[in-house]
Ligand binder design. Structure first.
Ligand SMILES: [Zn+2]
Length: 163
């Protein structure tokens, strides 16, 4: 970041206690840390962890993971549970962190979680947000998920690390 995102003034490096040299806007009198969005993506498993839920959205036939942005003031675990509830109408029974990857196209840090949900029933899915949701056996999900996607890298990482 070379210029202040509030006023456009060129940033200078200034020392900040315990942080080192940080870009500083002399016009605003504020340090300017990197700005990016944070999102969560979830590998949704059924109770006995034999199937994974993949969804299709926005009129495409690509199978992807449930995902959404983290709201200001919310932690990532809350965002994950909220997205599962809002998009699938399901409650998260158990949630754990997997890994993250930066997604340059949308300037977003994606945090991937795996979670189990309390039911396999898909009657409560949000039809405005989701075109189709389907359960796949674990290895079938690997085949069905969108090729060359961040979702696929997250899913393969999860499956490859299963005992
Ligand atoms: Zn400024």
């Amino acid at each position: 970041m070379k210029f202040c995102y509030e006023c456009g003034t060129e940033l200078v490096l200034r020392e900040l206690e315990d942080e080192g040299m940080i870009p500083f806007c002399e016009s605003c009198g504020e340090y300017r840390f990197p700005v990016f969005s944070t999102a969560v993506s979830m590998i949704v498993l059924n109770r006995d962890k034999t199937e994974i839920l993949l969804i299709q959205q926005y009129g495409t036939e690509n199978n992807v993971l449930v995902a959404g942005y983290v709201n200001k003031g919310e932690n990532a675990e809350e965002a994950a549970a909220r997205e599962i509830s809002e998009e699938l109408g399901l409650e998260v029974a158990e949630l754990g962190y997997c890994k993250s990857e930066y997604f340059p196209k949308t300037n977003t840090l994606m945090l991937n979680f795996r979670c189990t949900v309390d039911s396999e029933c898909l009657d409560g899915i949000n039809r405005k947000e989701i075109d189709k949701a389907e359960w796949f056996p674990l290895e079938k999900a690997r085949e069905a998920i969108m090729p060359d996607s961040l979702a696929k890298r997250f899913l393969c990482n999860f499956l490859d690390n299963l005992q």
